[in-house]
Ligand binder design. Structure first.
Ligand code: KIV
Length: 290
């Protein structure tokens, strides 16, 4: 239920059947968030799903890649996002090496993100090689969002952060990955940085909603990294990002104006200060105990 600007009257948490039923219908809107106020604003704006992505590493924590991000990092940000948006479907990323070792490790860490982080579901990167993990976590009663195509945690093995599935073999491989993850029980699937035609084909072939990022317009939904769409990312932006604001400029200008005002003593102004009765001031000045 949204108004003309796409905002819902009040945030409504989508259930798993509702997310599945969104396939082929109104596109699902997903965005990453890492803190409570941003999560709240996204909820007020009518976003459908929030992701505490391991992109927190590059977007917020100052790392060069997502590899150093830990389960504790995701937990910390997940709790904040849950406090900011108690009524939105919240997905938490399983970071690098928090699920690759064994099914037991994957289930235990997924459980932590749900029990202690307040997540409704977890997301993990990988295709056929990770199908067993998807099955194990799903069997434990935790919904899993898959993630195929460009998988930044293993970008080194993929030859860098580049488009996946451009040639026949590559496209077949991504398609088989998508099918394997869905067959293993994933309730939805992120498809990252593949040609639009492949994004469309995967969307046609799998029975769960695909959520594209750099995968063309035909996916069942779209996700963007919050700071990218808000214009808060300093440096290179991938081709698929459309910035909807320029918050970096707004913030830089605000800090500069504050610095100017402090140095000119025009801030704080009388409106920002607290008064004391003149007789108290006078008594204080003459206080023999000072
Ligand atoms: O971590 C993240 O932000 C993601 C999105 C790019 C889907 O995985």
């Amino acid at each position: 239920m949204s108004d003309e600007a796409g905002r819902r009257a009040a945030p409504v948490k989508l259930t798993m059947p509702e997310i599945r039923a969104a396939k082929g219908r109104t596109p699902l809107v997903m965005v990453t968030a890492y803190d409570a106020p941003t999560a709240r604003l996204a909820a007020e704006a009518g976003v459908d799903l929030l992701l505490v992505g391991d992109s927190v590493g590059t977007a917020v924590l100052g790392y060069e890649s997502t590899v150093p991000v830990t389960v504790e990092d995701i937990l910390h940000h997940c709790r904040a996002v849950r406090r900011g948006a108690p009524d939105l479907h919240l997905v938490a990323d399983l970071p690098f090496m928090s699920y690759q070792v064994s099914d037991e490790q994957a289930v235990a860490n997924a459980g932590l993100l749900v029990k202690e982080g307040g997540a409704d579901a977890v997301k993990l990167e990988g295709g056929r090689g990770m199908a067993a993990r998807v099955a194990a976590i799903t069997a434990a009663g935790i919904p899993v969002m898959g993630h195929v195509g460009l998988t930044p945690q293993t970008a080194g093995a993929l030859g860098g952060l580049k488009v996946q599935g451009r040639d026949l073999d590559g496209a077949r491989s991504v398609l088989h990955d998508a099918e394997a993850v869905v067959d293993a029980g994933a309730y939805s699937l992120v498809v990252e940085v593949v040609p639009a035609a492949l994004g469309r084909l995967i969307t046609e072939r799998v029975r769960v909603p695909t959520i594209g990022i750099g995968a063309g317009p035909d996916c069942d939904g779209q996700v963007l990294v919050g700071p990218d769409l808000l214009g808060l990312t300093l440096g290179h932006l991938p081709r698929f990002v459309r910035p909807y604001a320029d918050l970096a400029t707004t913030i830089r200008e605000a800090f500069a104006a504050y610095a100017r005002d402090v140095r000119a003593r025009s801030y704080p102004a009388p409106a920002h200060t607290y008064a004391m009765k003149p007789d108290v001031v006078a008594a204080l000045r003459d206080d023999p105990d000072r």
